[in-house]
Write a protein that binds this ligand. Structure first.
Ligand code: UD1
Length: 425
């Protein structure tokens, strides 16, 4: 079992460059199914989730060439299958992003129903309801969702109950090949949605309004392959910004659009962190104490749920008390109980966490509960007294490329080691 071992109390400084966004790259890869031929994606992060999406596409018949570490050439002219089995969907829920593109290309798709996962139920009912409006019929067969559009896909109006990222994406990817116009109301507005719409438009789709709550898609007869650069990862950037904020040390974070972290940066400034915005970069440091501010997660442009754990880590060292409210996912506070093992004072009441600032963390053996929670625990370890050992780091590998190496380059005393299961420390 691999663990990350952190020796707290050492300074970090320097420049860190973030990769392309995980949450964009996965959907762009799925979208290549819609454009038979050789598509090239650049700035693709080299992370475990991308490898799983690669397996999904290969299973469908695509041929993938790794041109260089961050460039994938994906030939989807050879895709002949529309079946995505449970072994792959169970490894990564985002595998369900192939549902829309397969329906768009073949008018049918079989995708295993995703199970629950450790940040909540994460249902796909909104994907299904939206696609039904476009003429898709569904049946659940031994754990697989069989989707077919017997009379073809036809544009319609869809209003989502909640601005779901995944449902908006699946609907966009199916409706680009529908007859007529599809309008999605209450659409998700995340920068990754805009990146996907840009890719599809480059392929020849006619999508307007991406980035606003109303997206209009006029169906077209065919899409052609393209070369596209994945947008920078705002959440990886936010994680390093939070890291600079907790240590106080000066760090420059490059390779993303600061506007994509608008509210996060504003909240961090309220906490006493200095942030200088540049073109595709920020410089971050802190001189005074960390102030406590309330935050609540919401769909973009609200505070991202994917930054909740890293931010709670900062607030746990705040000079007062505050409330963190999680509105997007149920069960996303598991990280808090691990942080309590390091001395944090956090009480969970439903979807609220009441955080009373403490003067410091003490190094401990902790378990990464999920992707962002795992990164946040490493962050806590940087300022903890003594040694922290974070296990279950496969969660971190899902979404952060060379996380330990990037921290080492900033001067952190952190290493990845293998230990026998029963003896972590
Ligand atoms: C995506 C991101 C994830 C991010 C989340 C919210 C990827 C691979 N993952 O996840 O990192 O935290 O957006 O910004 O891009 N829901 C339903 N029914 C549905 C769809 C969603 O009830 O049909 C619920 C979910 O359980 C969750 C909430 O809606 O509570 C938000 O989900 P959604 O926005 O769809 O997130 P994902 O696309 O799964």
């Amino acid at each position: 079992m691999d663990v990350i071992r952190i020796e707290g109390g050492h300074h970090v400084s320097g420049v860190v460059k973030v990769e392309g966004a995980k949450n964009s790259a996965l959907k762009l890869m799925a979208a290549t199914i819609l454009a038979p031929g050789v598509n090239t994606l650049t700035n693709v992060p080299n992370i475990a989730d991308v490898h799983v999406m690669g397996k999904v596409l290969k299973r469908l018949g695509a041929q993938i060439e790794v041109v260089d570490e961050h460039t994938l050439s994906i030939d989807t002219s050879t895709v002949t299958s529309w079946v995505t089995p449970y072994q792959l969907v169970a490894q990564m829920r985002a595998s369900t992003a192939v549902l829309g593109p397969l329906l768009g290309r073949f008018g049918k798709a079989t995708v295993a129903m995703p199970g629950g996962c450790n940040i909540g139920a994460r249902k796909i009912d909104m994907h299904i309801l939206g696609l039904q409006a476009l003429g898709v019929e569904f049946d659940l067969d031994h754990g697989d969702i069989n989707a077919t559009a017997p009379r073809g896909l036809r544009g319609d109006t869809v209003t989502l109950d909640f601005a779901s990222v995944g449902a908006t994406e699946n609907l966009m990817m199916a409706s680009v090949r529908a007859k007529g116009v599809t309008t999605i109301y209450n659409a998700a507005r995340e920068p990754e949605i805009v990146d996907l719409a840009n890719l599809l438009n480059e392929m020849g789709a006619k999508i307007g309004g991406a980035g606003s709550p109303v997206i209009e898609i006029e169906g077209v007869d065919e899409l052609h392959p393209v070369t596209h650069e994945v947008v920078g990862d705002r959440i990886e950037a936010g994680t390093f910004i939070a890291m600079a904020g907790i240590t106080g040390d000066p760090v420059e974070v490059r390779g993303f659009e600061p506007i994509h972290l608008g509210l996060v940066l504003r909240k961090y400034e309220q906490m006493g962190i200095t942030i200088e915005r540049e073109r595709r970069a920020v410089r971050v440091w802190r001189e005074g104490p960390l102030s406590s501010v309330d935050i609540q997660t919401l769909p973009f442009p609200g505070f991202p749920t994917d930054m909740q754990a890293q931010t709670m880590c900062l607030l746990a060292l705040g000079s007062g008390s505050c409330i963190v409210t999680e509105n997007v996912f149920e069960n996303r506070f598991m990280f808090a109980s691990e942080l309590q093992r390091m001395g944090a004072d956090i009480r969970i009441e439903g979807h609220h966490a009441i955080v009373h600032g403490v003067s410091g963390f003490s190094g401990a053996e902790v378990k990464s509960p999920d992707l962002r929670g795992g990164a946040a625990l490493v962050m806590a370890g940087l300022v903890a007294d003594g040694t922290t050992v974070v296990s279950d780091i496969y969660h971190i590998d899902r979404g952060y490329e060379r996380f330990v190496e990037k921290l080492q380059a900033l001067g952190a005393h952190v290493e990845r080691t293998s230990v026998p299961d029963a003896n972590v420390l």
